[in-house]
Design a protein around this ligand. Structure first.
Ligand code: AMP
Ligand code: MG
Length: 482
């Protein structure tokens, strides 16, 4: 395997050479065979002790110079000028079989110069959550970093109790974050932001390398990818949980799965993170926060837009003002697909969501039941409502519109099943898998991963995985104590 270091060579100010902690008794808990193979890595090797040491950065191979990356960030709205890889390291860049460049990055690999008060470690459960949920997102077709492997270190780490430690070995198309631009903008060297932008353009938006106003085009393109990403999240009911500016990528991939979750009953105010007291990162607030984060990115790029500050602000504002419209258009298009219509009227969608909200109906299960309604069986959809008359009235309006579509009912039923997943990473299933993994039993995790691999394809024997959470999960929270 050959490691490259294009990022840290071009931008040495944004990285510090560092070594991972040596694990006492490393063992791969999970190796992602599909990801391994796409990089021509032998899964069998990764499952050996030598393989585990390689994954931990303990046996550093030629050309590999592990680095802790620098970034800043707004966390819950408050600015931290120096966050950085406090428990993470970039092992290097590797190319997949198609020649595309990715970062190979560790999380939980020990303290670094960026650790502040933290221990630099990670427990098995939160790393496994990242593995499970990022795999679920990938299978749903949503851009995301991916997990190559989870390696148990053999160490016990101190949290509320002693917990088994682990390292996540992650693949990302890069780790350039909004927070990386914020860090660069506060650096002594005034050329750093421009060099970072040039690098990001070459790596993620090469088609913009030679256009006029390339920095404005770059900003516009990042905003477009984020509008698309957040619309894809909300259409499947995903809540990231910690949309700090350091957790938003320039590539448009979902990154840093902390207290994330899929919404059960539809409610825009849904929050899962135990530290999000004001609902800043609630389900329905995600597009607003996306725009807020992009405004922080714009601030770092203003000097590159124009020499005239007022003009720079005006053009950045224009892009930012367009963001909600773009998001809305993507949401409308996605909702239309979920309902099997070319163009679902706004009031039809809003009345449905209002009804799902007031009647606490499971978002995923309801949309999935629509294919049966189209095929003539309304029972599952109807039975999820308390006020059935209200649902019946909505259903008549919807069916009236469906009857005007040119496609056959059978084709529409098939099409809606390709956008309305039956299996999502439901909180109670993830928790069940994580508790068992902490106790050393990986079977529930493996079973859940198997189900989530094909989220749109109903399979017999997996009925339990399609069910909403039992009522004791109503007040489910995920904790940041990672
Ligand atoms: P996150 O909440 O994972 O996005 O991390 C926010 C910041 O806190 C990053 O700079 C992390 O590197 C740092 N951090 C999180 N957990 C730890 C830990 N256990 N030790 C050191 N730094 C940490
Ligand atoms: Mg983070």
């Amino acid at each position: 395997m050959t490691f490259e270091n294009s990022y840290t060579s071009a931008l040495p100010e944004l990285a510090i050479t560092w070594n991972s902690d040596v694990a006492p008794s490393p063992k791969a808990l999970i190796v992602n065979e599909a990801v391994a193979q796409s990089f021509n890595l032998d899964p069998q090797f990764l499952n050996t002790e030598t393989g585990a040491r390689f994954l931990l950065g303990n046996d550093v191979i030629d050309g590999c110079t592990p680095m802790a990356l620098a970034y800043a960030g707004h966390q819950f709205g408050g600015y931290s000028p120096r966050l950085g890889d406090g428990r993470a390291l970039l092992l290097g860049e590797i190319l997949n079989n198609a020649g595309q460049r990715f970062d190979l990055h560790l999380k939980g690999s020990g303290r670094t110069t960026f650790s502040r008060g933290g221990d630099g470690k990670a427990a098995v459960a939160p790393m496994m959550r990242e593995h499970i949920v990022s795999e679920a997102m990938h299978a749903l077709g949503i851009p995301t970093t991916r997990s190559l492997a989870i390696v148990a270190t053999g160490e016990q780490i101190a949290r509320e109790t002693w917990l088994p430690g682990a390292v996540l070995c992650r693949i990302a198309s890069s780790h350039i974050r909004v927070g990386t631009f914020q860090y660069a903008a506060h650096h002594d060297d005034p050329t750093l932001v421009q060099r970072l932008a040039d690098y990001a353009i070459d790596r993620h938006y090469p088609e913009l390398s030679h256009v006029d106003n390339k920095y404005l085009e770059f900003f516009t393109a990042v905003a477009q990818r984020q509008a698309s990403l957040i619309a894809q999240w909300t259409l499947v009911g995903f809540i990231h949980g910690v949309m700090n500016t350091d957790n938003m990528t320039i590539s448009g991939e979902t990154i840093d799965y902390g207290p994330c979750a899929f919404m059960d009953a539809f409610d825009p105010a849904t929050v899962f993170s135990s530290i999000d007291h004001n609902g800043r990162y609630a389900f329905g607030n995600q597009p607003n926060i996306g725009q807020w984060n992009l405004a922080r990115l714009a601030e770092t790029l203003l000097p590159l837009f124009s020499d005239d500050k007022d003009e720079s602000v005006a053009i950045a504002t224009e892009v930012l003002m367009d963001f909600p419209k773009q998001y809305q258009a993507l949401w409308d298009a996605g909702m239309s697909k979920k309902l099997g219509l070319k163009n679902a009227p706004t009031d039809l969608v809003n009345d449905l969501l209002q009804m799902l909200h007031t009647q606490s109906v499971d978002y995923t299960q309801f949309f999935r039941s629509l294919s049966s309604v189209i095929s003539g069986d309304t029972s599952a959809a109807r039975n999820s409502f308390i006020n059935i008359e209200q649902y019946d009235a909505w259903e008549s309006r919807w069916k009236e519109l469906l009857s005007r579509e040119s496609q056959s009912s059978a084709d529409i039923a098939t099409a809606v099943n390709l956008v309305n997943p039956i299996y999502i990473a439901r909180n109670h299933l993830v928790e069940e898998a994580l508790s068992a993994a902490t106790e050393g039993d990986l079977n529930p995790t493996l079973a859940l991963l198997e189900v989530l691999q094909q989220p749109f394809n109903e399979r017999s024997g997996f009925e339990r995985f399609a069910q909403p959470a039992p009522s004791e999960y109503k007040n489910y929270q995920t904790f940041c104590g990672t």
